[in-house]
Design a protein around this ligand. Structure first.
Ligand SMILES: Nc1ncnc2c1ncn2[C@@H]1O[C@H](COP(=O)(O)OP(=O)(O)O)[C@@H](O)[C@H]1O
Ligand SMILES: [Mg+2]
Length: 289
């Protein structure tokens, strides 16, 4: 067996997603191939509208009609996602595959406290856990993701927290059950610039702790240089280039990749991820930030 087959956590072959609209068929994703190995960070890059989010949603089984998903293979950790029932997908989603979205406000329930929403993920997937146990673990997770006074903030509603804090809650939910794959769709794009680096650092400290692989969707090549092992470049629904991050940055082959890189002249060459994300301030739960 070659290396890909041995270590592949996620294999996507010839994925296409079409939306039937009044204006005709929108071919959002057109024959995408990609592989994510265990523990690896794969960045999906491309300009707005290139099909990155729809690709991520289709892996979570979250493309609703009028969207139509087709593929030759969609395999995750031994599961055939093309043939998975709704029950199978419910069992995988949130447990083995978790997603962090761009705008946490839309992903969180506005009418329930944040700790309740973390606790719910634990209760759904862990048989026999009591309400009290789930709540206590939720508070501990809030502490872990750097929320001060977690016991007190546990009862807060999403709108009572800042955007950065809400995204920390989303990361707590995503990491609550030590997923094997985290799909992060522009998780820092909606945040203040000063908060972006902190949230990114948290996400990758959780990744290092859990050993999860990450499919990181972004249009920001500066971030890609910081975090990626592999890069997959999408344009108009297609993968135009993919490869090791150093190769993509030093020897981009496709004109579109070259144009993307040329548009960010000051981007750093990729370095070792642990050093790149070395915290300016350590992530200490409860520390002032
Ligand atoms: N529900 C939908 N109905 C129709 N078209 C859609 C829908 N969702 C996404 N699209 C289209 O699919 C294409 C890819 O969208 P998306 O994956 O969101 O791009 P990206 O995340 O790269 O910015 C876009 O042209 C978008 O308009
Ligand atoms: Mg998107």
């Amino acid at each position: 067996m070659n290396r890909d087959a041995e270590e592949a956590l996620l294999t996507v072959r010839n994925l296409s997603v079409n939306f039937d609209t009044a204006q005709g068929v929108v071919a959002a994703v057109r024959g995408v191939d990609l592989t994510v190995r265990r523990g690896e960070v794969v960045c999906l890059v491309g300009e707005s509208g290139s099909g990155k989010s729809v690709t991520g949603f289709s892996l979570m089984g979250l493309v609703d009609p009028p969207g139509r998903v087709a593929a030759d293979e969609l395999r995750f950790d031994g599961h055939d996602l093309l043939r998975a029932s709704d029950t199978d997908m419910d069992a995988l989603r949130g447990k083995d595959i978790a997603m962090v979205f761009q705008e946490p406000m839309t992903a969180l329930n506005p009418g329930r406290s944040v700790a309740d929403q973390i606790a719910e993920v634990l209760r759904i997937h862990e048989a026999g856990i009591s309400r009290k146990q789930a709540w206590d673990r939720a508070v501990a997770l809030m502490d872990r993701v750097g929320i001060r006074d977690p016991a007190q903030r546990a009862n807060a509603y999403p709108h009572e927290l800042s955007g950065g804090m809400r995204q920390r809650i989303m990361i707590a939910i995503a990491c609550a059950l030590t997923p094997k794959l985290i799909i992060a769709d522009e998780p820092t794009t909606a945040l203040d610039v000063t908060v972006q680096a902190q949230v990114l650092q948290l996400l990758f400290s959780m990744q290092a702790e859990t050993g999860a692989a990450v499919l990181f969707i972004t249009h920001d090549l500066g971030v890609v240089a910081e975090i990626a092992d592999q890069v997959v470049v999408m344009q108009a629904g297609r993968v135009v280039e993919k490869g090791d991050v150093a190769r993509i940055f030093h020897q981009p082959r496709h004109p579109y990749t070259q144009a993307l890189l040329a548009a960010v002249p000051n981007v750093d060459a990729p370095r070792d991820r642990a050093r790149r994300l070395a915290p300016a301030r350590p992530v200490v739960p409860g520390a002032p930030r």
